[in-house]
Design a protein around this ligand. Structure first.
Ligand code: COA
Length: 158
């Protein structure tokens, strides 16, 4: 399913507060309280210098989702040469989930990242329904992620 009239665009500095809001959502499983904007987990997930998030915008011009990559410390996974893989950060605003926006954002991220990376990774809570979406999009479980209920997933881009 693809959401009608949703467009993707590169983030600008005007999107900074929306990007922080999406990072807060990406930190938690649905229905749990969002962390503060200056929580360490949120700050770590924010796009590093040089990384431009992709924003999904609805037909009214309202931002409804975002995706980008960052580098966690310590890295979740490295490639065979020991170079950290970029980690996924994605969220779709509540009320807009389940209609294909997350899938659309992931496809756009893969298309952009493939130019510079062989693979990327993500951490997902074992009970997060996002796991199903990630697997459908080609991520495979590779073992322990962050915390006791975290699972590390890798997506080969090439
Ligand atoms: C995970 C997330 C980005 C997916 O975006 P989305 O637009 O809802 O995803 P899509 O509509 O493209 O795909 C739907 C799939 O996403 C998963 N999903 C996760 N949360 C969902 C929700 N609230 N509603 C529907 N699907 C959800 C399901 O696997 C679903 O697959 P299914 O349709 O086969 O059941 C979004 O639900 C979200 O922001 N969740 C909260 C933040 C989060 O968990 N981020 C990831 C951290 S690892």
């Amino acid at each position: 399913m693809t959401p009608d009239r949703t467009v993707l665009r590169a983030a600008t500095p005007d999107d900074d507060s929306f990007v922080i809001e999406m990072a807060r959502h990406a930190c938690v499983i649905e229905d749990r309280p969002l962390p503060d904007p200056d929580d360490d987990e949120v700050l770590e997930m924010l796009p590093p210098a040089g990384v431009v998030p992709i924003i999904a915008q609805d037909h009214n011009g309202t931002s409804v989702g975002a995706v980008w990559t960052y580098y966690g410390s310590p890295p979740l996974r490295c490639d065979a040469a020991g170079v950290p893989l970029p980690e996924l950060c994605i969220a779709v605003a509540p009320g807009h989930r389940g209609v294909g926006i997350g899938g659309m954002l992931l496809d756009a991220l893969f298309a952009a990242l493939v130019q510079s990376h062989d693979a990327m990774c993500t951490n997902v809570h074992v009970r997060n329904p996002a796991k199903k979406l990630y697997e459908r999009k080609g991520f495979r479980a590779v073992g322990q992620g962050n915390g006791p209920l975290g699972l590390a997933l890798i997506k080969d881009l090439r």
